[in-house]
Design a binder for this molecule. Sequence first.
Ligand SMILES: [Zn+2]
Length: 252
Amino acid sequence: MTLGGLETSTLTTSIHPLYQPDRWILEKFPKQEDVCRLVQPAVKLASEVLETKPVMSFFRRIMYIILRKKGGRTCLDREEPEETNEQDVAVQQALVARAKHLRILFGVIDLNYCSKTQAHGITLVSQKWFAEKVFIRGNVDKLPADDYKTHYIVINQAYIDYAKRQRPSASAAVRFIFSLAFTIVHETGHVLYCRNFDDGNEDYNEPYFDLDQHINDEKDGELGYALENVLFKDVGNPSFIKKPALTSNGIR
Ligand SMILES: [Zn+2]
């Protein structure tokens, strides 16, 4: 199989520290060659996207939060300095520091208990939902002690099952890579927001990125969708389920 010239070397080059092979604690990357052939380009694409201007501006706003209340909702106020170099460095340092305390797993997310918008992935600040709402396959004994300092991105098991079993055409591979990359990027928005959370509380609320981003009358924001909106002016990632679309006036 060829993937139209996509690089298929190892998972160790040009990968952001957040996504390096030892973050994927239950996977044998890069030894799991078949899976790596699809996962590695996605991880590289996600790494590239993290450095782009719109994503950096999103992260700056998460790092330098000024909360504003309006109409019962809380949102992040814009407070962009003219010169952003210093804040950009701080963002990069925070992402690299978080890498030590982040693990990326594949799992089955029970959508009866979690939001249906979490069909692609979910960010967790503890292991409390494991074996209850989120089911991890593999040797969970390898997970670190649940000290709440280690946070998790759990990616839908469907991704790795597909990567293991399928020999996709080049176009199907590109769709897989795009979808996984932007799932990872979406979750990274949550990861940066909750970087200092250490009480294991999974029921925290996120602010709105903008006040006009809301689903009907929901009180909580969704910073992963907000990051996708910054990139695509909408929710860009295709979904396994029907989902609301972001418009300039919010999510409809
Ligand atoms: Zn999200």
